[in-house]
Design a protein around this ligand. Sequence first.
Ligand SMILES: [Zn+2]
Length: 381
Amino acid sequence: MQYDSSQRIPMSAQVTPLLGLSSGAGVMPFFQPRLLTPATGIQRNPQPRTTTSSSPTHQRQPNPLFRSIPEGIISRVEFDQYLMGYFGVQDVHTGTQTEQEEALTRHGGSTTSIPNWQSWDPGASSADYSHIIRAIEDVAETFGTIPTIRTVVFFKISYKPNATGMGVAEPGVGASFGAGRLTIYEAFSRSRAFPNARSDASGTYPAVGVVLAPATGETPGAPRPYQSREYSLRENIVHELGHGIAEDALRADPDVFTKFHRAVGWVGGQLFDIGQPAVANAILTDTLPPSQYQIQANDWNNPQWIEQPMSYYAVDDGPGEDFAEAISAFVYAPSILQQRTPNRHQFILDNIGLWTTRMRSLPQPLQRGDFPLNEEIGRMA
Ligand SMILES: [Zn+2]
C-alpha cells in the first residue's frame, strides 16, 4: 500500500546477484529444487552466542557468511541485528508520535495531529519477530534476492490526514511500503488468504475446513481457506515486499509498469480480462477494450473471467496492489497464481531476472530443508 512510483531511490547498496540471473533465457536458475537436508552453513537452531565482536554497541554481530534463521521467540535486539546484518536494513525503530504526525503533514501545510496516539511494537521479545524474518527469507528463497529495505518502523495504527489537519485512523491497514521503508502496524497479522483454486463454473473446489468470511465479489468463485495467524502475517509482509520489488523493478526497467499493465489487462486504471482475445487485441492496438470484459472489484472472483485476479484488493486498489498481490502469490501460492492468472505468473517469470539486478543478495543462498514440499497445500487445511 501507499506505493509511490514517483519516489526514486539512490542506487546504493546494490549487490551483484549470487546466481547470475540476468540471462533472461527462459530458464529459472534461481529456482533450485528444495533440498531435504539443510544447506551447508544454514542452521535452523539458535547457535551459542559469542561475544567476539570488538564493537561496543553490538555484543553479537551476525556471521557475514552464514545465517541461522531464528524460530520461535527472539528478542528485539536479535531481530534488529538480523535485519541489519543480513537484509541490509539501516534503521529499525519503534515510531514516535512526532514522526508519524510529520509523515502525515502535507508539504508546506500545517502539522497534522493525531489525538490519543499510542506507541506499539511486538515487544522486547516475540515470535512475531521470527515470523517477519521468515517472510523476508521466503522471498529470498523464491527469488534468490530480497528487495531493498532501508528502514523498518513499527506503529500501532495507520492514519491518514483529513481536511482539518487531524489524523484519521485506518485500523484495517496492517503494513505499508514506500521508498525503501517498511512500516508495520499492529494489524499486520490480520487474516488473509488467496482463493484455493481457479474459479470454475462447476463450483467444485478442493476441500477446505474453515473458510474466511467471503469478501465482496468472492462468491461464486473459489473459496479462501482460513490459514493461521502466522501465515497471514507472512503473506501480509510479503505483499509489502512486493511493493519493494516494484521499486527495485522500476530502477531496473523504467517501463516495467507500462509492461505490467499491458500484460495483465490494466487500461486507464481499469482492469479487463486479458484472457479474452478482444481485450488482448484492443491493448495491442491501443484502443479501449469491450466494456463487457471489464473486471470489477465486486465480481473479481467470478468464474466467467478467463484471467482471474488473486483478490478483491488487487482489483479495487489498482495495478500497484495487483502487482504486490501477484508477488505474494508467487511466493506462497505459485500454482494457484499460474492456474488463475497465467499472464501475471509469466510476467514475473519473464522479468524477475532483470529486477533482481537491483535487489539485494543475501550472504548465502537459502534452501529450506525441513519443511515438506507440499507446504503450500498443507497449511490450507
Ligand atoms: Zn499494498
